[in-house]
Design a protein around this ligand. Structure first.
Ligand code: C2E
Ligand code: CA
Ligand code: CA
Ligand code: CA
Length: 277
């Protein structure tokens, strides 16, 4: 048994070193990436039923690395959070997304989305001055606070403290607050009592099997009832098929997001979707 453990360790340790090395490399490259403008944003439609009008878009960051190709935010956001660059990157994301929405509202008039949803990490939220920086961006881009939704994950606000204080301040100013990946954390329901949530984003895992009678459908139904009971908006995430969309609509969902309506792209087709429906 002792020998087995030793073998396991020998196999495991280099892999761990490799991972933390990779982590360190990515971290160093993030600085350059920011300076050289290797990031861009893509936007995924959030549609309202039954019209299928794009009422909002979620901004998602992309890193076009000169040699690695496109690096997923799942890989580099945690690294940026760890080395603190998320503050600068996040500020750039917020400013870029708001400026973009302001442009669309000029170019597309009533077909433009009403709001943009921006993912914000705990580190950003908890920083003194975050709320002031949001107000500065809105003033600079000419957007009202009602045009912005801040998306936070359950883990980001789990510990309370300055992150949650910032959310209360933003909410009081009219910014919408969405709890992301709702239902996958340890304290989803508890957070609804402490965080000034306006929107729950029902996780894709509940949407995946919503067409089959079973647990997922029951949970999806319970969550839409919960949102109605609390006066919250519910957005179903990761809707990939017309069948899922129909099932969700039957359950009472009005806001859907997913590949069925559009992948995240630089320039969503705001005129197209409702017209084609
Ligand atoms: P998220 O906020 O839950 O974003 C939804 C993810 O699901 C996106 O992946 C999106 O492309 C993907 N998705 C949307 N619809 C579908 C669908 O129908 N099917 C499938 N299979 N996937 C779908 P993405 O863009 O790779 O982002 C992954 C995560 O990275 C995000 O999860 C978010 O946690 C983080 N992230 C992305 N952009 C930002 C950002 O600007 N700031 C921060 N702090 N985090 C970000
Ligand atoms: Ca999100
Ligand atoms: Ca999500
Ligand atoms: Ca997610």
């Amino acid at each position: 048994a002792a020998k087995g453990t030793g073998d396991q360790l020998r196999r495991w340790t280099p892999a761990l070193d490799e991972r933390s090395l990779e982590h360190a490399r990515l971290g160093a490259e993030l600085r350059t990436a920011l300076d050289e403008g290797q990031f861009h944003l893509v936007y995924q439609p959030i549609v309202e039923l039954p019209s299928e009008r794009i009422v909002a878009v979620e901004a998602l960051v992309r890193w076009e690395h000169p040699t690695r190709g496109t690096v997923s935010p799942v890989e580099f956001i945690p690294v940026a959070e760890q080395n603190g660059l998320i503050v600068e990157l996040g500020a750039w994301i917020l400013r870029t997304a708001c400026a973009r929405l302001a442009d669309w509202q000029v170019c597309h008039g009533p077909n433009a989305p009403d709001r943009v949803s921006v993912n914000v990490s705990a580190k950003q939220l908890a920083r003194p001055g975050f709320v002031a920086s949001v107000l500065a961006v809105l003033a600079e881009t000419g957007l009202s606070t009602e045009c912005l939704t801040v998306e936070v994950t359950e883990t980001a606000v789990f510990e309370g403290g300055p992150a949650v204080t910032a959310l209360h301040e933003l909410r009081a100013l009219g910014v919408a607050i969405a709890l992301d990946d709702f239902g996958t954390g340890h304290s989803s329901l508890g957070l609804l009592q402490t965080v000034p949530v306006t929107t729950i984003k029902v996780d894709k895992s509940f949407v995946d099997n919503v067409t089959q009678a079973g647990r997922h459908a029951v949970i999806a139904e319970t969550l839409i009832r919960l949102s109605h009971g609390l006066g919250l908006t519910a957005v179903a995430e990761g809707v990939e098929t017309a069948e899922q969309a129909a099932a969700l609509q039957r359950l009472g969902y009005r806001y859907l997001q997913g590949y069925h309506y559009g992948r995240p792209v630089a320039e969503p087709d705001f005129e197209g979707i409702a017209a084609a429906a």
